[in-house]
Design a protein. Sequence first.
Length: 54
Amino acid sequence: MHAGFSAYTTINRKDWGLTWNVALETGGLLVGDQIKIALEIEAVLLKPAAVVVA
């Protein structure tokens, strides 16, 4: 049996208390607030190996 799925989302890092940042000399900030998360999951159900009694 095989199963797979994909999931994509965006979170705001400040919602998780991550507020560190550094101002750049050219203006703006080093780290953005939006974090993109992408998951690609695949699973294969394996049958147990046969037990051999010697």
